[in-house]
Design a protein around this ligand. Structure first.
Ligand SMILES: [Zn+2]
Length: 466
């Protein structure tokens, strides 16, 4: 055997098994669950710890490939949280050259297993090469419509990406106001030929118009017949009046009861993060959220960690639009409410560049287990683990992951249930969480007590069509 994990408390969210067993890991798989104590080259003593399936984060923004190299800031943060599989390419944004990106993953490996979505905004932006690029999130004229010929061209690109193994197609509708519903249904029609391909959508509107956005997604999934993942519902419906979130969840639940395959994910913070030059901060945004300029905190550049004033905001919007900011605009209790819904998945929406970014990137999973479960009692440990493992595995049709059973992939997280919590803050976002003892990726120890042991055990995972 390769690794013997002894004396841990095991929890498998599918069987519901809870109990003390030893685990044998061999050739990347879980070879046995046993009461026997066996000898092995590598022994992990899990006395007093919980052993659960590695977490699956279905919503990250992948680390960028530049000059033939990926600096894995985001994926390393994921690994330290207990994550063993991620899905990149969300909110409409994916690598300019997905084929090259996938080839890199296949050749070099990655800290964690990686699936990729094709971002539609990335395709759409290429139609507007003449337009002034105001910000990385405004690729071309995002308010303009596209022609029928361009839609056909986009469909070809989507098809090509799906043939490369992309998990599906992501939209960032808030960033492309010019994208019509007709355009959406047209490009999504391609996915019908690819079983298990899904659509993920960063909504068109938040706050007071969040319900319109959810209705649009329900209609999109219903008309195309393609499964849909509604991205980070907390930053769509978590504002002001708590009825927004209640009604948002009810709309989704009702749609599911009517047979529409639509679920949502959520990160556990009352602040979102984006580029200050993006459409998110167009006129009227602050009024809509009921916050003032000081709710916006630049997390890079010359005003890093210095709350905005009107002057700083105007300056950055105009002169340094690619400055990443966090904005404390949602209400924590409304965001946390989302997790009470059985179908809502825990996902980080993480993105670090050189270890800088929103705290969710390195804090999401431990924060849910520490703050929401243990301290606030909003959901149980078992419910939380299920939302981090089995639910996202099922969403992505990963039948060999998200489970702690004999024969399944040896993606395993070993944690201290009584100590796990985020270790970072918005000012020090990259600090490792507490209580995550070991993370095993494909049968190898990839992380131990906050220290990365290996950053290349993860593989690229094709969309699963079985
Ligand atoms: Zn998004």
């Amino acid at each position: 055997m390769d690794i013997f994990i002894r004396n841990g408390m095991i929890y498998d969210p599918e069987i519901g098994f809870h109990g003390r067993k030893n685990i044998v890991v061999k050739d990347g798989r879980i070879a046995a669950l046993t009461d026997e104590l066996l000898a092995a080259d590598t022994i992990i003593d899990a006395e007093g710890l919980y052993v659960v399936p590695g977490f699956i984060d279905i919503h990250i923004h992948e680390d960028t490939l530049t000059e033939d190299q990926i600096n894995y800031s985001t994926e390393c943060a994921a690994l330290r949280m207990g994550v063993t599989t991620v899905v990149g390419g969300n909110c409409g944004f994916s690598p300019e050259n997905l084929e090259e990106y996938i080839a890199y993953l296949q050749k070099q490996g990655a800290p964690v297993n990686t699936m990729m979505l094709q971002g539609y905004n990335t395709i759409r932006g290429k139609f507007f090469t003449d337009a002034q690029n105001q910000s990385a999130y405004r690729q071309g004229d995002v308010y303009a419509s596209v022609s029928e010929a361009q839609i056909e061209q986009a469909k070809e690109e989507v098809k090509k990406s799906l043939e490369l193994g992309a998990a599906g197609l992501s939209f960032g509708l808030e960033y492309t106001p010019g994208c019509s519903f007709h355009e959406l249904t047209s490009v999504c029609s391609v996915l019908k030929d690819f079983p298990n391909a899904l659509i993920t959508v960063h909504y068109r509107h938040d706050a007071g118009r969040c319900l319109d956005s959810i209705r649009e997604c329900i209609q999109l999934s219903e008309e195309t017949g393609v499964p849909l993942e509604f991205s980070h519902i907390g930053s769509c419906a978590g504002y002001g009046d708590k009825r927004y979130m209640e009604e948002a969840l009810t709309l989704l639940q009702t749609a599911r009861e009517e047979g529409i395959d639509i679920t949502a994910d959520c990160y556990p913070y009352n602040a979102f993060s984006t580029l200050i030059g993006s459409t998110v901060f167009d006129d009227g945004a602050l009024e809509k959220w009921g916050v003032s300029y000081d709710a916006i905190l630049p997390i890079q550049g010359k005003f890093k960690n210095c709350a905005c004033t009107r002057e700083i905001f105007d300056y950055l919007r105009k002169e340094e639009p690619d400055t990443r900011v966090v904005c404390f605009a949602m209400k924590e209790e409304n965001v946390f409410r989302a997790y009470k819904d059985d179908a809502v998945i825990v996902a980080s929406d993480g993105k670090f560049v050189e270890n800088q970014g929103h705290a969710r990137t390195a804090g999401t999973f431990p924060r849910v287990l520490g703050l929401l479960c243990r301290e606030r009692g909003i959901l149980s440990f078992e419910e939380a683990i299920k939302k981090m493992t089995l639910l996202p595995a099922n969403r992505m049709h990963l039948t060999e992951k998200g489970r702690l059973q004999v024969g399944k992939d040896a993606d395993i997280t070993i944690l201290d249930r009584n100590a796990v919590r985020e270790g970072n803050t918005f000012v020090e976002p990259a600090k490792a969480p507490l209580g995550i003892a070991y993370v095993i990726v494909n049968g190898n120890i990839a992380m131990c007590h906050g220290e990365i042991q290996s950053a290349s055990d993860g593989v690229f995972i094709n969309r699963q069509d079985s």
